[in-house]
Design a protein around this ligand. Structure first.
Ligand SMILES: Cc1cc2nc3c(=O)[nH]c(=O)nc-3n(C[C@H](O)[C@H](O)[C@H](O)COP(=O)(O)O)c2cc1C
Length: 224
């Protein structure tokens, strides 16, 4: 990985981070058994050095952050990393592959080997929001970035990410009888997204992920 403009990269605005925008990242943290864990999480810039995340209390990531007090926020547009980090059961042994990771340089956390940029962060505050979620504030210790060509924008990327988020909700909502109307709406939306992705990115990693997610949703619906 090539590191460029190290001094400038201490600032979040070097990455075109804008205030009040949620950016989708892959956060990597150490599990209690020291194996690496990743999860897609939205991050928001607070100022040039601080980011906030809103994390479900049930997630392994929050548990790991409380113990390790640090993490790496990886910036990538690799849909496979998002997919396999959301539904770990897709991976062998139910864990993201350890060869994806190297140790971060400035914090005791795993970092994605092949990320576009890595923000190594220390946790400075945990603030409970409600019974379900906690707001986590991080301070950026170090930033590395690949000197790379820009990722051309495809609508398939956003729609596939949206489907992944809907799928996490559908999996949870199917167990709650009062959420059935909402679940049906989300499934309908995924069908619409799948139609668009089929048009803008046929026979691609995006259609592959969408097909697989739709199959998984059909299986979850059959479960008693
Ligand atoms: C694009 C995307 C963004 C997500 N953002 C968040 C988030 O901001 N906070 C959160 O708690 N979960 C978020 N999720 C859901 C978690 O990534 C998902 O529940 C994951 O399985 C948690 O993994 P963990 O238990 O290993 O932490 C997001 C999922 C996707 C696909």
């Amino acid at each position: 990985m090539t590191v460029r403009f190290q001094a400038d990269l201490e600032k979040l605005s070097s990455f075109n981070f804008k205030k009040n925008v949620i950016y989708e990242s892959i956060i990597s943290t150490p599990n209690p058994d020291h194996t690496p864990n990743t999860a897609p999480m939205g991050v928001t810039m607070l100022d040039e050095k601080h980011l906030t995340l809103t994390i479900f209390n049930t997630s392994k990531t929050l548990r790991n952050l409380k113990t390790a007090q640090c993490a790496v926020i990886n910036l990538t547009s690799d849909i496979e990393v998002f997919y396999k980090s959301t539904f770990k059961e897709i991976n062998p042994e139910g864990k993201v592959p350890s060869e994806w990771f190297v140790q971060a340089n400035f914090v005791k956390a795993p970092k994605l080997r092949d990320t576009d940029a890595a923000l190594e962060v220390l946790i400075v505050n945990f603030k409970p929001i409600d019974d379900e979620k906690t707001e986590v504030t991080c301070r950026v210790q170090h930033i590395t970035s690949k000197a790379s060509y820009p990722q051309p924008y495809s609508r398939a990327m956003a729609l596939t990410l949206e489907t992944l988020i809907h799928a996490t909700r559908i999996e949870a909502y199917l167990k709650i009888p009062q959420k059935q109307t909402e679940t049906a709406k989300l499934i309908e939306k995924i069908r619409d997204y799948a139609d668009i992705v089929e048009r803008v990115a046929p026979n691609s990693i995006y259609t592959l992920v969408l097909d697989d997610l739709q199959k998984r949703i059909a299986l979850w619906r059959q479960e008693p």
